[in-house]
Design a protein around this ligand. Structure first.
Ligand SMILES: Cc1cc2nc3c(=O)[nH]c(=O)nc-3n(C[C@H](O)[C@H](O)[C@H](O)COP(=O)(O)OP(=O)(O)OC[C@H]3O[C@@H](n4cnc5c(N)ncnc54)[C@H](O)[C@@H]3O)c2cc1C
Ligand SMILES: Cc1cc2nc3c(=O)[nH]c(=O)nc-3n(C[C@H](O)[C@H](O)[C@H](O)COP(=O)(O)O)c2cc1C
Length: 798
């Protein structure tokens, strides 16, 4: 085959050499616009795993790289005058120039033709080529030429960065954060050869402009960075090698994703994009070169598997695209989280978190590295952090830190007003539709009682209604009469007597989503016309029909009715206090009555309760304030909100911060951060812990404690959420339906034995713990010389 690689970066060169090695009969040319030893950039990093992959494909290249690379294990944070270091992260750094030189020499040795200082204007310049590799980098001309086919999606990110070098040597991958009068800057620093270090400086666009860096030339920019990071540089200079760039040396990262990766051009040659031309990954995760090299490996592997003749090319390219698209999207997602963390850290984390917690948050920024993964990397550091966190939690809860053993963050106490929860897990409110006339009966006693004994710090009662019309279904419990209050009192007393758990009430009004069947008879469907239970009329902030063409029509609630509903909430709150509940939550989420006021999708009112967010919040805040006035001052109140409507024009996470601020000002102690269920047009992005970013943002930006909820299903999730300060409590719902003793089980699973079990259950504790310990021992890595299992396999940038 005749193959032309446009671009002599890592992708083009590595593909050329592997393909030539696969079959020396191929005629392969690499065309590069730069001189052989002339390139931009300083060092690049990849993980140990990338090196292993490369070794399998060409040991000679790998040996050369290994002779030239810098290997290090530690990450060091320099922040607010502190230096914090953790180990076990396993990186390899190499100069970009050195890497390219190794690849160039290997290409030459294998017989690849290299043409330097040759600018390619078009793929059509090679009419004889069977295959053209467009490895022409992030600004790929070939991708632009065929943009209609490749359909690139290019997102330009808000931060500015400059890629510099220095001869100051650092013995760890170092992150240095510096505050200026206009905001925070951070430097990503890593040594890549015996005397040179990469020094990337990054900050938000507005901070960059405020310092006048938009009009600074390269020398002025370098000087600015030298002064800012003088303490780390200890007198060494910073250097730039981006003189080839026109205009500012400060760049914005561009995330590239392409829908189609290959085509057949007018000459009949196949053209395939590779490396940065087809996808980019932010340097916060350091994987761009790795992706480029792995593209090359996969394409050669497909030729090896399917055959390396021109006739095989279409099938090879189709399979290449299929496999690499998925893998690169996975890495891009992780890189996206890490990149966003660095974009918002100046406003969200730097001023809010103490250095210890900031370090933890930074290490887990991509959400690929969990709590237990950090333990595998550096047990000593993690246990030290656990102790630090536990001591602070104990002090905040009014206790004394007398334990020498580290406590997992999940099992640290949490105090708010006069209430102390034993740990950070709460059983999330879950409607059971099993009440009769709004009375919580034996079913609720057994259901909530079992979960209270299951180890969670607190159990939430399901959404309970202040009037019969406020119910979702005829099976929902209420608090509109004293008989209902006494029924709840029995349950509360049982929980207090037989468990260490606290118990919370959640009050809500269903609004336009009321008068429906029990979930198992058809969720959200109106009651059947011929059934024993008649439908009742619905009210909402504005007239609406929740399920178009299906639900009953709700009419706009009048001002007078709003007063009545508010009084009903107040009366129910008094009854909840009389029943002995420890905690009150107001349900302002999921499209129910109060939520329908907050979301612009469901509130079109023309009075002072519609329009701006302030207006839309007015009624929910009125209800909250009226409840707070009668709810005992020593007991906490939380508010559940939908922090994202997942519909264009609906509530966004930025709005959620404002909503949280308003409830905080009204006296709320925590915001319970759910999302969605406001409109059937919602398009949520599900995934593990998918709503936790809302809890995190609200906690840091509105300065109020939060409850994270949604797809939190392992102790590891709870530990990393609490440890990183993304929330104060974790609400766990469905896992508690499957296993009432979820918290006891998870404690045993992670080997935490200090959690007290209900006395009558104690004989089961040791047995469960022993079972998990045995399971763990069986999964343990093989003895020295073997390959580590699980998370250690993915060492490298967190
Ligand atoms: C600040 C920063 C830090 C980074 N850090 C890391 C890191 O730590 N680890 C990591 O893995 N990656 C890192 N990267 C990303 C990495 O540099 C790229 O992902 C990688 O170089 C992609 O390789 P490539 O071969 O696809 O493209 P490139 O390396 O960009 O190579 C493309 C080549 O094509 C040539 N070319 C372009 N157009 C033409 C034309 N028309 N004619 C002839 N030649 C042409 C260019 O001169 C260039 O040599 C970083 C990037 C930046 C900006
Ligand atoms: C059966 C069931 C009933 C629910 N009822 C309520 C409720 O009464 N009030 C409420 O705020 N959320 C309710 N939810 C939502 C949960 O509290 C929780 O936010 C959601 O299930 C996501 O958590 P998970 O992934 O741990 O299940 C309910 C969820 C389920 C599964």
């Amino acid at each position: 085959m005749r193959i032309v690689c446009i671009g002599g970066g890592p992708a083009g060169l590595y593909f050329a050499l592997l393909m030539k090695k696969l079959n020396p009969a191929h005629h392969i040319t690499v065309v590069e616009r730069n001189k052989p030893y002339d390139t931009f950039g300083w060092g690049v990093v990849f993980s140990d795993a990338t090196m292993e992959n490369m070794r399998r494909w060409d040991a000679a290249t790998c040996d050369e790289i290994e002779q030239s690379f810098s290997h290090w294990d530690d990450i060091e944070l320099r922040f607010k005058g502190r230096r914090i270091r953790s180990g076990g992260h396993g990186f390899v750094g190499i100069g970009r120039k050195k890497l390219l030189n190794i690849l160039q020499a290997r290409c030459e040795a294998l017989g690849v033709e290299l043409q330097f200082e040759a600018e390619v204007d078009s793929d059509l310049a090679y009419p004889d080529a069977d295959l053209i590799i467009a490895a022409d980098g992030i600004n790929s001309r070939i991708r632009s030429t065929y943009a209609e086919v490749f359909q690139p999606d290019i997102v330009t990110r808000p931060n500015r960065f400059i890629w510099l070098g220095t001869h100051k040597l650092f013995d760890a991958f170092t992150f240095d954060f510096q505050r200026t009068e206009h905001g925070w800057f951070q430097a990503h620093i890593y040594k890549f050869d015996a005397n040179t270090t990469t020094f990337i400086v990054e900050c938000p666009e507005e901070v960059w402009r405020a310092h006048g860096l938009d009009s600074a030339d390269q020398d002025a920019s370098v000087q600015f960075c030298e002064q800012l990071f003088a303490e780390s540089l200890e007198g060494e200079r910073l250097m730039t090698n981006a003189r080839h760039l026109r205009g500012s040396a400060w760049l914005n990262f561009q995330r590239v994703v392409c829908n189609q990766w290959w085509l057949r051009n007018a000459n009949g040659s196949h053209v395939v994009l590779m490396g940065d031309a087809v996808h980019t990954a932010h340097f916060a995760i350091g994987s761009g070169t790795k992706l480029a090299l792995e593209d090359a490996i996969e394409l050669v592997r497909q030729f090896q598997l399917q055959g390396d003749t021109p006739a095989h090319i279409p099938d090879v390219l189709a399979r290449f695209q299929e496999l690499r698209r998925v893998e690169t999207l996975r890495i891009q997602n992780a890189a996206w989280n890490a990149m966003e963390w660095f974009e918002v850290c100046g406003t969200r984390y730097c001023d809010q978190l103490e250095p210890e917690q900031f370090m933890y948050s930074m290490l887990t920024r991509s959400q690929r590295i969990s709590h237990e993964n950090l333990r595998l990397r550096d047990k000593g550091w993690l246990e030290g952090y656990e102790q630090w966190l536990a001591a602070r939690a104990l002090t905040a809860a009014g206790g004394v830190d007398d334990s020498s053993a580290p406590t997992p963050p999940m099992f640290t106490p949490y105090r708010v007003r006069s209430v102390t929860l034993n740990n950070r897990v709460v059983v999330s409110p879950m409607a059971q539709y099993s009440a009769v006339d709004g009375i919580a009966g034996d079913y609720h006693l057994v259901h909530l009682g079992a979960r209270a004994m299951g180890g969670a710090g607190m159990v939430f009662a399901e959404m309970t209604c202040p009037s019969p019309e406020a119910r979702i279904t005829p099976g929902c419990p209420g608090l509109w009469n004293d008989e209902q209050m006494h029924a709840w009192q029995r349950i509360v007393q049982w929980v207090h007597e037989h468990s260490d758990a606290r118990i919370a009430m959640q009050l809500g009004h269903s609004g336009a989503k009321g008068s429906t069947r029990r979930a198992w008879d058809g969720e959200d469907l109106p009651l059947p016309d011929d059934g024993p239970e008649p439908n009742w009329p619905l009210v909402s902030a504005s007239a609406q029909q929740y399920l178009p063409g299906v639900s009953q029509h709700a009419r706009e609630i009048t001002r007078a009715e709003m007063d009545v509903v508010c009084e009903e909430f107040v009366a129910a709150t008094r009854r909840a206090a009389a029943a002995g509940f420890d905690w009150m939550e107001l349900h302002c989420a999921h499209g129910y009555l109060l939520s329908s006021f907050i979301s612009p999708l469901t509130n079109q009112r023309a009075d002072e309760y519609g329009g701006s967010l302030d207006n839309r919040l007015r009624y929910p805040l009125e209800v909250f304030a009226a409840m707070r006035a009668v709810w005992p001052g020593h007991l906490p109140m939380s508010v559940r909100i939908s922090a994202h409507d997942w519909v264009a024009g609906g509530i966004t996470p930025a709005d959620a911060v404002e909503i949280a601020r308003a409830f905080k000002a009204a006296g709320a102690d925590l915001i319970d951060c759910s999302s969605g269920q406001v409109s059937k047009r919602q398009r949520p992005t599900y995934g593990r812990m998918f709503q936790t970013p809302f809890a995190d943002r609200i906690r840091q930006e509105a300065g109020i404690a939060t409850i994270a909820v949604g797809a939190i299903s392992e102790a590891d999730h709870v530990n990393s959420i609490i440890a990183a300060g993304r929330a104060d409590l974790c609400a766990v719902a469905r896992p508690h339906l499957a296993n009432p003793a979820w918290t006891l089980t998870e404690a045993a699973r992670i080997g935490y034995t200090a959690l007290a079990w209900p006395k009558p259950y104690r004989s089961a504790k040791a047995q469960l713990e022993a079972g998990f310990a045995r399971e763990k021992a069986q999964q343990a890595p093989p003895p020295a010389g073997g390959f580590p299992a699980g998370p250690t396999a993915s060492r490298g940038q967190p």
